[in-house]
Design a protein around this ligand. Structure first.
Ligand code: ADP
Length: 520
């Protein structure tokens, strides 16, 4: 079975070997098993359904939300000699009729559709007439309310599958799914847990960095100037900030473009083309940019603001280095920025349960900014790769500041939290530790605790940072919600019992991502 698949890989795509996971997924699909494939962006998901589509009788339906990509994908397939088409809102009625009749007549092996098409009668009627062997669902996390990009139309996919007789094989594919989202996809698509194929999320050529406590504008200009001629993306949270940074960089003579939903489609396309063809080096953009981009030589992705969750971060940062060359993924971290994201979650239409879930995700993103452990490993753990190794080259792995033993301070903070019955958030805890005379502290009687003022040689800000550090390192577990309560974890209890030491890098450093001295 696989020999034939490998022949197809060579003859149609010109590749000699399958990438990790591709062969397993293809084998399962050809054996008629419904499968969930989780592979990082650029991992080669398309081939996982394109090769089965060639082997199986009838057609393969590919459901994808990325309308802008469909044409390119179909063009590429046609070029490779694989008859395919797409049906979405960008084609005329005439084209639609032609394509539909092509499908009835067995002209195509693959058809890409946007999930909204599943609501249309004519499409559903087609399903009664043709033989569909495989339904591939790209960006499968869109089906889950717990994912970062829920699309209600994805819920129609189940009906689509039920309608097709005989039952087609189902293949869900995604690059970003936490264990919770995976479980949800499996339930909604009825896929057995043992048919989940997860391949390494690790991107060996990416160097992750978190830059904090520095002037972000200066850092940005300096970094880009030192890497002049290299392609890079700078993500900012709002259109206004994109505009500001665009003008800032332009004024420095940097060949820069911009992209956000407030720019006319024509200009957006122009900038995108210029970026693709290396006429501009740097694209400053909101997260609206990138979905349709397949530029392989992006050497750096800088996030000027913190994204909403790790899924978005890894997806956006992962646009660097798709050609396998060494690339930088830098987060310019200012904890106060998370307020923008909190606000957006709070103002959104989501129900309370989903909002809490979103806050939880945002907190893990913030903890990424605070952690002193390997950044790559932090990301991989987030995506459920428990046995991930340290990368040895991220900003934290290469941070050679000496480690200081902060066990005693950690014990102070943790025992204070215990004495406050693990019912408060970091601001309140920091106030008690630093001996604030806040009325609320007295009303709770916390000024009577033995830990009251025990860290009064530190400022409240330093103490809050220390609590953030303890949270990021897993000693404290925040509850969901916008004002999380911090609770002790098993690790914290070991520290309190003197069984574990807590080590922290010395304070204050100037990040040196580019080789020599930066002047800040
Ligand atoms: P994804 O959808 O997972 O982001 P794609 O399917 O677009 O990734 O594949 C990313 C790139 O990798 C494409 O250029 C594709 O042609 C290439 N690719 C896929 N499989 C292989 C393989 N087995 N060997 C070499 N290149 C591959």
């Amino acid at each position: 079975m696989l020999t034939k698949a490998k022949d197809f890989l060579q003859s149609y795509f010109g590749y000699d070997e399958f990438r990790r996971g591709q062969d397993t997924i293809i084998q399962k699909v050809l054996a008629g098993e419904d499968t969930l494939g989780i592979m990082p962006t650029g991992g080669g998901k398309s081939i996982c359904y394109q090769i089965p589509a060639l082997s199986l009788r009838g057609i393969t339906i590919v459901v994808s939300p990325l309308i802008s990509l469909m044409k390119d994908q179909v063009d590429a397939l046609e070029k490779a000699g694989i008859p395919s088409t797409f049906i979405n809102s960008t084609i005329t009625g005439e084209e639609m009729r032609e394509r539909m009749s092509g499908l009835y007549n067995g002209k195509y092996k693959l058809v890409y559709i946007a999930p909204e098409r599943l609501e249309t009668d004519y499409f559903l009627r087609l399903l009664d007439e043709v033989h569909v062997s495989l339904v591939a669902i790209d960006e499968a996390h869109c089906i889950s309310q717990w994912g970062h990009d829920f699309r209600p139309s994805y819920l129609l996919i189940r009906e689509l599958i039920n309608r097709i007789k005989p039952k087609p094989v189902v293949l869900g594919l995604t690059a970003t799914a936490t264990p919770q989202v995976r479980e949800d996809i499996r339930q909604l698509l009825d896929i057995h847990v043992e048919n989940t194929v997860v391949t390494g999320f690790e991107r060996e050529n990416l160097r992750f960095h978190v830059v904090k406590g520095q002037d972000r504008d200066l850092f940005l200009i300096d970094y880009i100037q030192k890497n002049s001629g290299q392609a890079g993306i700078v993500y900012a949270a709002t259109r206004k900030e994109v505009e500001r940074l665009y003008h800032l960089l332009k004024a420095k003579g940097i060949a820069v473009g911009k992209y956000h939903a407030g720019i006319s489609e024509k200009s957006r396309e122009r900038y995108q083309e210029q970026f693709l063809y290396d006429d501009i080096d740097v694209m400053v953009a909101t997260n609206a940019f990138g979905m349709g981009i397949n530029k392989s030589n992006v050497r750096f992705v800088i996030h000027y603001h913190i994204p909403r969750n790790m899924e978005s971060y890894y997806q956006e940062a992962g646009r660097a280095g798709r050609d396998g060359e060494e690339s930088d993924c830098i987060l310019l971290f200012a904890p106060q920025d998370s307020h923008i994201q909190s606000f957006l979650i709070d103002q959104s239409e989501m129900d309370e349960h989903r909002k809490e879930n979103e806050f939880g995700k945002l907190r893990k993103m913030i903890a990424y900014g605070h952690t002193e452990s390997c950044l790559q490993q932090y990301i991989l753990h987030y995506f459920g790769e428990e046995d991930a190794n340290i990368c040895g080259k991220c900003g934290n792995c290469t941070d050679d500041r000496e480690q200081v033993d902060v066990t005693v301070e950690a014990q102070m903070a943790l025992s204070c939290i215990r004495r406050m019955n693990e019912r408060f958030g970091k601001t309140m805890i920091a106030k008690v530790l630093t001996g604030s005379s806040d009325q609320k502290i007295r009303s709770f009687g916390f000024d009577q605790l033995s830990t009251y003022g025990i860290m009064k040689d530190k400022t409240q800000k330093e103490t809050t940072e220390f609590i953030d550090f303890l949270t990021a390192e897993g000693y404290l577990r925040p509850t969901d919600g916008s004002y999380p309560i911090l609770m002790l974890t098993e690790m914290a209890r070991d520290v309190l019992h003197g069984k574990e030491k807590v080590m922290r890098k010395e304070k204050a450093r100037i990040t040196q991502i580019v080789e020599d001295n930066m002047l800040f």
